[in-house]
Design a protein around this ligand. Structure first.
Ligand code: 13P
Length: 262
């Protein structure tokens, strides 16, 4: 457990998974686990990010769980409100459907789906304006780490959004997730020391950008699993986890959340 007063977040990013039957089984299993040992919202906040088409269904399936499980959209449109944008879902429509959280800037979207800095700035501006809380993802590639520019890359990704986020929004609507790309889905986790070292630099960067820098949760993502969650949770500036693969198993996800709740 860290000495910080920030309540940790453990968020499952389901990416383009799982089937409808498997997600229903997940929600049933997870609710059963929480009935036996709930996690207090004051100790650790829980959330999952399912595929768009399942957001409302899973939101209602989890309404009566013993600990609140928040629902996160995996992306949002760079276009506003409603209109002729086939295939898009705006921030306003997410809130209209009862969704309060959104992931922006995941490396898979940056690398595969054209989410470059100006696109991300548009998405972030609209999400914040609509009142969504944003989990904003940053992280360097293996090549950038090997070139010794990991810190510069990550801090630049944070600086890219400085002009978009108003001071009060840093306090209430922003969560940062540091996900080194080389650790995503590879089984390679950054060591707790390496992760903490980057989180410390992100914290210092945030403190320069906003008076609320000390209170912003910085989550770690990249092959987080029950086996390494405790060590990561013990780091002062690691305020939770953004979990991919391991979040698809209700028991593993619970164990990771429990590690951060201690
Ligand atoms: P894994 O936990 O599968 O490495 O994925 C991390 C991630 O990308 C979460 O957003």
């Amino acid at each position: 457990m860290s000495g910080s007063t920030i309540v940790p977040w453990v968020i499952g990013n389901w990416k383009m998974n799982p089937t409808r039957a498997a997600s229903e089984q997940w929600t049933q299993e997870f609710k059963k686990i929480l009935q036996q040992t709930s996690i207090k919202e004051t100790k650790c906040r829980l959330a999952i990010a399912p595929i768009f088409i399942a957001l409302s269904e899973i939101n209602s399936q989890l309404q009566d769980s013993a600990s609140p499980v928040n629902i996160v959209a995996q992306d949002v449109s760079r276009f506003a409100a409603t209109g002729a944008y086939t295939g898009e879902i705006s921030a306003d429509l997410l809130t209209d459907y009862g969704i309060q959280y959104v992931l922006i800037g995941h490396s898979e979207r940056r690398e595969l789906l054209g989410d470059h800095a100006p696109v991300l700035a548009d998405k972030l501006r609209l999400a914040l304006k609509a009142g969504l809380t944003v989990i904003y993802c940053v992280g360097e590639s293996l090549e950038q780490r090997e070139q010794g520019i990991a810190d510069a890359v990550v801090l630049q990704q944070i600086c890219d959004i400085a002009a978009v986020v108003e001071d009060h929004q840093w306090q209430t609507q922003m969560i940062i997730a540091y996900e080194p790309i080389w650790a995503i889905g590879t089984g390679k986790t950054a060591s707790a020391q390496d992760a903490q070292s980057m989180h410390e630099k992100i914290r210092a960067g945030l403190l320069q950008l906003t008076a609320h820098g000390a209170n912003i949760a910085i989550l770690y993502g990249g092959s987080v699993k029950p086996e390494n969650a405790k060590e990561l949770a013990a780091c002062a500036d690691i305020n939770g986890a953004l979990v991919g693969g391991a979040s698809l198993n209700a028991h593993s996800f619970y164990q990771i959340a429990d590690a951060f709740a201690q």
